[in-house]
Design a binder for this molecule. Structure first.
Ligand code: SF4
Length: 208
């Protein structure tokens, strides 16, 4: 846990060009929850392409040097995925806005082939369901519905077709994004929607 927080502070510091400070509560929790390979921003420098270098020695987070990259999750659990074809994006707010990705909390998670993206989405959905304080309905109900729909898709016990469930997830995501009171609910579906859209999870895209 301690090492992961240090990693998060390094990410934030390098991206901000400042000395390491305290990570946001959200970023630290995201790292702890997901428990998968995390590349330091020291490796990533100013573009996601730098993440290709991965861990340089035993004990580093992230894929070993030279391991193929399956995905990069920018911004932690509230962020979005990039596929291996987009590792050259620049990590600036301006480029992110134009390119349709997010820097979010500044966390960069580099995932190799050993990472199960469906399982990762389930972990993220569980995290948001746990962390929702319950004050507003869109987030309180939406985070539960999101996790339930994902579990049905994984188990193959969909209500209607898989496309129906994906449509439901999209609707729930829109409601949480537009009607939740705070940032947690507003971003609770971001990573899941991004994974579905980027990688065609659950057959959401032909030929993937
Ligand atoms: S959006 Fe924020 S205020 Fe609303 S239930 Fe979620 S965590 Fe609580």
């Amino acid at each position: 846990m301690k090492t992961k927080i240090v990693c998060a502070t390094a990410v934030i510091a390098v991206l901000a060009g400042a000395a390491p400070g305290n990570p946001t509560r959200f970023g630290a929790f995201a790292l702890d929850l997901l428990g998968v390979g995390v590349a330091t921003a020291a490796a990533a420098k100013t573009s996601a392409a730098g993440a290709e270098t991965g861990g340089s020695q035993k004990g580093d987070f992230g894929p070993p040097r030279g391991a193929p990259i399956k995905a990069v999750l920018l911004g932690g659990a509230a962020g979005g995925f990039l596929g291996p074809d987009r590792l050259d994006v620049r990590l600036t707010f301006e480029d992110a806005r134009v390119g349709g990705y997010t820097l979010g909390s500044g966390v960069i998670m580099v995932l190799d082939a050993s990472v199960d993206l469906v399982d990762l989405c389930l972990r993220i959905a569980r995290f948001f369901r746990d962390e929702s304080c319950g004050q507003c309905v869109p987030c309180r109900v939406g985070t539960v519905r999101q996790e339930e729909a994902l579990h049905r898709l994984v188990a193959g016990r969909t209500i209607g077709t898989a496309a129906d469930e994906l449509g439901l997830l999209e609707d729930v995501a829109a409601v949480m994004r537009d009607a939740s009171i705070c940032g947690l609910g507003q971003t609770a579906a971001s990573a899941v929607q991004s994974a579905i859209g980027t990688f065609g999870l659950f057959g959401s895209r032909e030929g993937t």
